[in-house]
Design a protein around this ligand. Structure first.
Ligand code: NAD
Length: 298
């Protein structure tokens, strides 16, 4: 059964299936060892959660899925525990017995502050408090390029440049990056803050020729974060191997992520179906695109 405080539905396959050979450990590119006993995926009902759901089963013995929305029954190897991230008790329940988290849950767009505060700020605090209490070792946090959205598209930035959020959403992700650093410094909980660019089946516009992250590269990147021997606290831009780029990931090379896809093959088609950019438009000037001119909301 699926429920907020219900006992998780368990349907677990053996840890070592015939397809898994530990000696082929190859972190980052393919997942040939189940590095975690119980992995929690938050935001499992969302766009990226749905793409990761089947793939992440290769990384763990049991995949626990959570969201505030009901998304149907557990499948083989899964547990489902619904929880609102703003509900501390519910979040603590989902974290029991979890050794690593892929945190995709939360508000994923710019908008009014109040819901963002609950899901992305109170929610991430609840997640890390629960991680501390339940001795969770590692988190992959879905941060966003909107943490640095007010850098110009003519700049290439590294992850240690100061945050320049382009709205409330970007501020909330900057908070997540900061609180995760505090939980690493104080309690040793490792986190990769993945500043996801634009993760969709293919680039939708000219901006995404620079920001696109294919679903396969997203999975490669998360796998690298889950399996690199020493993660520490790291910020990495989540992007494919696009020729046009604004982001330099050399400071996160220890993660071992090597993008294998590129937006370049979509370039001609994107140019053909989109208009030439208006260079006076703030959305064209800045890395955050249209987010930089959204709001105010009241
Ligand atoms: N898709 C992208 O290109 C992209 C880019 C940058 C960052 N991200 C980040 O990656 C994550 C996943 O993105 P997505 O595109 O799948 O977003 P999405 O909106 O499709 O999914 C987010 C999920 O979080 C859940 N959620 C929202 N508020 C919640 C709450 N209070 N408690 C529990 N669950 C809650 C929603 O129900 C939803 O299923 C998000 O954190 C987003 O900010 C995504």
């Amino acid at each position: 059964m699926v429920g907020k405080y219900s006992k998780p539905v368990v349907n677990v396959q053996p840890l070592w299936s015939s397809a898994i050979r530990p000696q082929e450990y190859d972190y980052g590119q393919t997942m040939t060892i189940k590095a975690h006993q119980r992995l929690l995926l938050t935001g499992a009902a969302g766009n990226l959660g749905q793409t990761l759901r089947e793939r992440l089963k290769a990384n763990c013995e049991t995949l626990r899925l959570s969201d505030r929305r009901d998304f149907g029954p557990a499948r083989s190897g899964e547990e489902i525990m619904l929880a609102d991230l703003a509900d501390a008790d519910a979040v603590h329940a989902t974290m029991a017995g979890v050794d690593a988290v892929v945190h995709m849950g939360g508000i994923s767009l710019e908008g009014p502050f109040a819901p963002i505060l609950q899901a992305n700020i109170v929610g991430v605090y609840n997640l890390y408090e629960a991680a501390r209490k339940h001795s969770t070792k590692r988190v992959v946090f879905a941060s966003s390029n909107h943490v640095t959205g007010f850098y110009k598209q003519s700049e290439t930035i590294t992850a240690d440049r100061p945050a320049r959020p382009d709205g409330f959403y970007g501020v909330s992700k900057a908070f997540g990056e900061d609180i995760s650093r505090m939980y690493f410094d104080r309690y040793g909980i490792e986190t990769a803050c993945v500043r996801i660019g634009s993760s969709f089946p293919e680039p939708r516009d000219r901006r995404m020729l620079a920001t696109w992250l294919s679903y396969e590269d997203l999975y490669r990147l998360i796998t690298a974060c889950l399996t690199t021997p020493v993660l520490g606290h790291t910020i990495i831009f989540g992007v494919s191997n696009n020729s046009v780029t604004w982001w330099d990931n050399t400071q996160a090379r220890h993660i071992g992520y090597v993008a294998q896809d590129s937006a370049d093959k979509f370039r001609d088609a994107v140019f053909a179906r989109t208009q030439a950019p208006d260079l006076s438009d703030p959305a064209v000037q800045h890395q955050g695109g249209a987010f930089v001119r959204m709001g105010p909301f009241e």
